[in-house]
Write a protein that binds this ligand. Structure first.
Ligand code: CO
Length: 150
C-alpha cells in the first residue's frame, strides 16, 4: 500500500482518454489499493486512475457505504436529475453546482474481471458520473453552472 501523488488542475494527464483494462493482475490490485488509500487520506469519496497519473479505466468510490471498485465502467441507464455542489481532489478548494442524473446504473468489472451492475442514487449517482467523466478526460469544472464560495 502506498499513497500516490494526486495530479492537479492543469496537469494534462487529466485531459486524456484512458485505456481499457485487459489484465486483472496483481499490478491492477496494487493500483486499486493505492487509489483507495490515497482517496481516503485526502478525505475524498471518489478517485479515478488518471488522477494518480495512470491512464487506465479504473475508479474507486466510497461515499461512506463501503468500497466500490469499477474497472472498465460504463453507464447503462440513467434517470431523473439533481443539481448540487461538487468538488474534486484534483481541484482543491473549488466547488460548483453541477447537474447530474439522479439515478445511474453502471456496468463494470471487478478486480477479477467479473462483470456486475450497480445502481446509485443521489450522491452515489453523482460520484459515478463524476468519476467516469475522468476516464474520458473530462473534469467537473467543465460542467459547473455556478461556482460556489467556500
Ligand atoms: Co474528480
Amino acid at each position: 500500500m502506498a499513497i500516490r501523488e494526486i495530479r492537479k488542475k492543469d496537469d494534462e494527464i487529466l485531459r486524456k482518454v484512458c485505456k481499457e483494462v485487459k489484465d486483472f493482475d496483481k499490478k491492477l490490485w496494487i493500483l486499486l489499493d493505492d487509489m483507495y488509500d490515497t482517496m481516503k487520506k485526502a478525505d475524498g469519496v471518489g478517485l479515478a486512475a488518471p488522477q494518480v497519473g495512470i491512464l487506465k479505466r479504473v475508479v474507486v468510490i466510497d461515499i461512506g457505504d463501503g468500497r466500490i471498485e469499477l474497472i472498465n465502467p460504463r453507464i447503462v441507464s440513467q434517470s431523473g436529475s439533481q443539481n448540487g455542489a461538487e468538488g474534486c481532489l484534483s481541484f482543491p478548494g473549488l466547488f460548483g453546482e453541477v447537474e447530474r442524473p439522479n439515478i445511474v446504473t453502471v456496468e463494470a468489472q471487478d478486480r477479477h474481471g467479473t462483470v456486475f451492475q450497480k445502481t446509485g442514487e443521489e450522491l452515489l449517482a453523482r460520484a459515478f458520473c463524476h468519476e467516469l467523466d475522468h476516464l474520458d478526460g473530462k473534469v467537473f469544472v467543465d460542467r459547473v453552472t455556478k461556482f460556489l464560495e467556500n
